[in-house]
Design a protein around this ligand. Structure first.
Ligand SMILES: NC(=O)c1ccc[n+]([C@@H]2O[C@H](COP(=O)([O-])OP(=O)(O)OC[C@H]3O[C@@H](n4cnc5c(N)ncnc54)[C@H](O)[C@@H]3O)[C@@H](O)[C@H]2O)c1
Length: 351
């Protein structure tokens, strides 16, 4: 038996969801939905999906749909994901799960009350470089991880459209890019409870739409005024004493950079830009580089793995991962960073 899939929101990232479902023998694409009905029709044709609608409620009331991917702008994640759970669908919701803690708590309750699964679209967890690092971590190779550093800097990478409008995005690079790398570090740190955050945000450069001869990721929605931060930096403290430092930007006078690193008392790992493990043996420092197809983030393989993981959760074959509770912890962290940036002081994370 296949899982019958509906995809809601049919912009750039939905193409990756649709493509991965189409290739997976455990899924059948049965319905797509977008408020832009012409786009919905085009996607339906592109991926041979039989049902097309511009109305989310119509898709969710369809008994032929077992599970949905939610690929709409960030502030719409919570209401659509909750409606889907309450309509009896399993849900794969793009990151960030929600933009507020209250919404995240509602989703946790909805999962408990409906017994349906919710997976957050933390695709980087499913790429081979992260899977290998996790396997070594779980075997104790790094010991206790007490520090991590997550960096994702774009010099001119504001995607525009709804991404730049805080009313629809909930924030800028921190909530869009930071969420991926914070999650990856946090996941590889063993998901400790966050106790406080200290952050700062800056917006001197704006969306940099003037920059020419440089391609960038673009939202497929109409242009809107840019009201999000250019750059965010933060330190997150955890109950076990560990710290995570984050640096992320849409616009910055600097070079593009990605780095995801964890440091433990027995060893450490760089997951980005290339998987590299470091340790010490016989009074000698070692760099260990696994021989795998892609040492960096393999988006296509990560996406296929993420979708396959979700489908196996829908089938009850494996326990839920990237759960609503984990999305809630992320909402606590991100909102604490923004609050700290506004107040100019460290903010305690209470629960
Ligand atoms: N996992 C990743 O690497 C990754 C990458 C990019 C974006 N994303 C996430 O995916 C989501 C979508 O981003 P995108 O880049 O595809 O944006 P996009 O602007 O390209 O697409 C969003 C689509 O949602 C549609 N939409 C808006 N309101 C809707 C509604 N009420 N009902 C149905 N459809 C609606 C729009 O018409 C548009 O087609 C965001 O949450 C974003 O953070 C994830």
């Amino acid at each position: 038996m296949t899982t019958r899939i509906g995809v809601i929101g049919l912009g750039a990232i939905a193409v990756e969801h649709l493509g991965a479902y189409q290739k997976n023998p455990l899924a059948d694409l049965v319905a797509v939905c977008d408020v832009d009905v012409e786009r919905a029709k085009a996607r339906a044709e592109q991926f041979a999906v039989p049902k097309v609608t511009g109305d989310v409620a119509e898709l969710l009331s369809d008994p032929d749909v077992d599970a949905v991917s939610v690929c709409v702008p960030n502030t719409l994640h919570a209401p659509i994901a909750e409606a889907a759970l309450r309509a009896g669908k399993d849900v794969l919701v793009e990151k960030p799960m929600t933009v507020t803690v209250a919404e995240a708590e509602r989703l946790v309750r909805a999962v408990e009350e409906t017994g349906k699964a919710l997976q957050v679209g933390y695709v980087r967890r499913f790429a081979p470089n992260a899977l290998v690092a996790k396997r070594f971590l779980d075997a104790g190779e790094f010991g206790d991880v007490y520090a991590a550093r997550a960096t994702l800097l774009r010099a001119a990478g504001n995607p525009g459209g709804w991404f730049g409008d805080v009313e629809l995005s909930g924030g800028g690079p921190l909530i869009d890019l930071g969420v991926h790398i914070i999650d990856l570090c946090w996941y590889l740190m063993g998901m400790p409870k966050a106790v406080s955050a200290s952050g700062a945000t800056f917006s001197p450069l704006g969306a940099r739409d003037n920059i020419q001869n440089l391609s960038r990721y673009r939202a497929q929605s109409a242009a809107r005024p840019n009201t999000v931060e250019d750059y965010a930096t933060a330190q997150i403290r955890f109950e076990n004493g560990a710290v995570l430092n984050v640096d992320t930007s849409f616009s910055l006078h600097g070079r593009n950079e990605i780095g995801v690193r964890i440091h433990g008392d027995k060893g450490g790992a760089e997951i980005e830009p290339e998987l590299l493990m470091v340790t010490e043996r016989h009074d000698t420092l070692l760099h260990v580089q696994p021989q795998i197809d892609s040492l960096g983030f393999d988006f296509k393989v990560g996406f296929a793995n993420q979708i396959d993981h979700f489908l196996r959760i829908c089938r009850g074959e494996i326990p839920a991962d990237a759960t609503a509770e984990q999305g809630l912890e992320m909402a606590r962290i991100l909102t604490a960073i923004y609050e700290s940036a506004e107040r100019g002081a460290e903010v305690a994370i209470t629960r």
